[in-house]
Design a protein around this ligand. Structure first.
Ligand code: AMP
Ligand code: GLY
Length: 433
């Protein structure tokens, strides 16, 4: 099959790798030339990921049969709509269905309409209503303020952490309204977060192993928020702090949302990635993404048995129910090596990667120059260890991350016994508290 991957990060590198393992003829449309991708393609180009027509033209010129969309920006720009229009199957939802990710107000209202009891208390404001907002902030005590729209994970502000008091909160609501025209105030939840990426076609929903990401830049979950510094998954496809029922609840929420979407709009084809939180009051939904997670894709794709292209094509044909989708019973740990100063003041430097035989290597924001590889402003390269236990997988990823020379750093604590145990204890305190 001739398959096009759209995007140029480490997530897309992992998608490309999985496609290649299945014997796919690979093509890539990237925003920057990713050396982990372009070297293995029959054809590639670089361009604007939101240029639906340009992507469609590239697909036509290369007689592509199936496209796999990596990031959210092309989905929001209607790339899937254009590909479907010109007869290319697409793994990734249409613009209207991508609202699942692009509009948190749409998502919260959908859950409400279909009585899916997974939201924290919330209210959507489309105008500045000081009295209504103050009353809600008062009622909630601790709250979260979110813009309605794509913000690269940086728009969500929490009371106590980013917002000192109600005045701050109101000022932020006003700012968000000016920028996005819509702001959501919701109850602040307490618990442990997990990512459940579910392959969907409108009728069938198949979960990938659950993953936990680490958003903070520094060890012990300190420092600014990032795109994600690394992640882990366990050999039983659950996580050490979760109960079996938690995953069942999360799966059920996704199935009900998929059915609601089908009724409202149509079949969601692609990944429904739920950002869930296990709380004392059960599993709650923080958000959905309409794509694989970055880094979470790197935890699950190396475990996929069979061919990714077949799974994506089955979903695109709305025949996922007859596809066999299985994941190896292994644990994984992913660690991102990022530029010194990332995310606020990233330092650009030349890097050398020592490839270790055990670790999987995925390139992200790096630039190939004549004299070698350089970091750019974002996460540079990710390493994944796959083993029987999280501990063993951690060692593999850690050794590989230590092998990078340059002005870079990574979180040494991700996947360690100590940090995983801290999560388990935190969850225990939450349940007993
Ligand atoms: P979101 O983009 O909605 O996933 O929010 C980004 C991050 O903000 C999440 O990963 C959580 O860490 C945090 N967050 C979002 N909503 C809530 C909430 N209602 N309670 C507590 N934390 C939240
Ligand atoms: N892991 C966060 C994201 O992909 O949005």
């Amino acid at each position: 099959m001739r398959v096009l991957v759209i995007g140029s990060g480490a997530r897309e590198n992992a998608i490309a790798d999985a496609l290649l393992h299945g014997g796919t003829e690979l093509y890539a449309y990237m925003s920057t030339k990713n050396p982990g991708i372009y070297k293995y393609c029959r054809g590639y180009t670089t361009g604007n990921l939101e240029d639906a027509k340009g992507i469609g033209d590239f697909a036509t010129a290369n007689k592509v049969e199936l496209a796999v969309v990596g990031p959210e920006a092309p989905l929001a720009a209607g790339v899937a709509d254009e590909l479907i229009r010109i007869g290319v199957k697409c793994f990734g939802p249409t613009k209207e269905l991508a609202k699942l990710e692009t509009s948190k107000a749409f998502l919260r209202s959908l859950l409400e309409k279909y009585r899916i009891n997974a939201s924290p208390k919330f209210r959507v404001f489309r105008n500045y209503d000081e009295k209504g907002m103050l009353d809600l902030l008062e009622e909630l005590g601790e709250y979260v303020i979110k813009p309605d729209g794509l913000t690269g994970g940086k728009g969500v502000k929490l009371s106590g952490e980013h917002l000192a008091g109600k005045e701050d909160a109101l000022a932020y609501c006003e700012e968000v309204l000016q920028g996005h025209g819509c702001v959501i105030i919701e109850e602040k939840l307490y618990g442990e977060e997990f990512s459940l990426q579910t392959i969907a076609d409108g009728m069938t929903a198949i979960d990938c192993p659950a993953v936990q990401d680490h958003k903070r830049a520094y060890e012990n979950d300190e420092g600014p928020n990032t795109g994600g510094m690394g992640s882990y998954s366990d050999s039983n496809h659950s996580l050490p702090f979760l109960q079996k029922e938690d995953l069942e609840e999360a799966h059920e929420i996704t199935v009900r949302v998929m059915r609601a979407l089908k009724k409202e709009t149509g079949s969601f084809i692609g990944i429904m990635y739920g950002g869930f939180m296990a709380t004392k009051k059960g599993v709650k939904l923080l958000e959905y993404n309409a794509r694989f997670g970055d880094p979470e894709a790197m935890n699950v794709l190396p475990l996929l048995k069979g061919k990714l292209a077949d799974v994506c094509a089955a979903a695109a044909n709305e025949e996922l129910g007859s596809a066999r989708v299985e994941f190896e019973k292994k644990a994984t740990v992913c660690k991102y090596v990022v530029p010194e100063g990332y995310p606020d003041r990233p330092v650009i430097s030349k890097i050398e990667i020592e490839k270790l035989p055990n670790a999987l290597t995925y390139h992200a924001a790096v630039e190939e120059r004549e004299d070698g590889l350089y970091t750019t402003k974002s996460r540079a390269v990710a390493f994944v260890g796959v083993a029987d236990t999280i501990e063993e997988a951690e060692k593999i990823a850690e050794d590989a991350a230590n092998g990078v020379k340059g002005s870079v750093y990574h979180r040494k604590d991700i996947g360690t016994k100590e940090l995983v145990q801290k999560r388990v204890e935190h969850m225990r305190r939450i349940m007993n508290g």
